[in-house]
Write a protein that binds this ligand. Structure first.
Ligand code: ADP
Ligand code: MG
Length: 211
């Protein structure tokens, strides 16, 4: 079956970093200021889990509690559907994929099915800082995986499974690294400078302009 869109014309930016690095925070800010769509893999999975009759529901529930990553077919299919919807509804063709790809097999399937990423925004943050942020987030997030036991499993998964993805993409010169341990304003400022350097043309047509 061929897709109703030409995904080779999309601009894809993977956004990676450990749990609590600030992916959601900074993707949200970028999407508010520029004509970019923010798609959070975690949010998409949590939403899918709630859908009655979803073929993935039970697997997602188990993976979240174990702090592990699901199969490429699930992540790529769900993302492709979300991107197509955004593109068809809002005409947006620049995507920040927050929390994807977390396994090397995800990169391979994504590149085969959709296209290669233009860049990878890597929010590099010390584990102790992330842990502190997540425990604070736990007070209000309602996320079942924001507990110390699952946070530790998520850190382990990040180090063992996602770090090789970043290393792989680094060899292709695609990784834009950011020091994400600083305060929110400083991190965002650095991200804006890097993004404008790399994607100036795309970002010039800002939705709401810079403030
Ligand atoms: P991720 O999506 O990478 O797991 P979030 O964006 O949800 O991370 O951030 C985790 C928590 O840390 C949130 O409560 C957020 O408000 C907070 N946070 C994010 N970035 C920073 C920062 N630079 N300094 C302080 N707190 C931050
Ligand atoms: Mg997040």
């Amino acid at each position: 079956m061929s897709a109703p869109h030409d995904s080779s014309k999309w601009t894809i930016i993977f956004v990676l970093g450990g749990p609590g690095a600030g992916k959601g925070t900074h993707c949200g800010k970028l999407a508010a200021n520029y004509p970019i769509a923010h798609l959070s893999m975690g949010d998409i999975l949590r939403e899918e889990q709630e859908k009655p009759g979803s073929r993935w529901g039970e697997l997602i529930r188990r993976n979240i509690l174990e702090g592990v990553i699901g199969p490429p077919e699930m992540s790529v299919s769900l993302l492709e559907a979300a991107m197509t919807k955004k593109y068809e509804k809002e005409g947006i063709s620049v995507f920040l994929l927050d929390g994807f790809p977390r396994r090397i097999e995800h990169v391979e399937l994504f590149e085969t099915r959709i296209c290669a990423p233009a860049a990878v925004l890597f929010l590099d943050c010390p584990e102790e800082v992330m842990q502190e942020r997540l425990l604070k987030r736990a007070e209000t997030s309602g996320r079942v995986d924001d507990t110390i036991a699952i946070i530790r499993k998520r850190f382990k998964t990040f180090t063992e499974t996602t770090t090789p993805v970043i290393e792989h993409l680094r060899t292709q010169d695609k990784v834009i690294r950011n020091d994400a341990g600083k305060d929110t304003d400083a991190v965002y400022e650095q991200i804006q400078v890097m993004m404008e350097e790399k994607f100036g043309d795309v970002l010039k047509t800002s939705k709401r302009g810079r403030d």
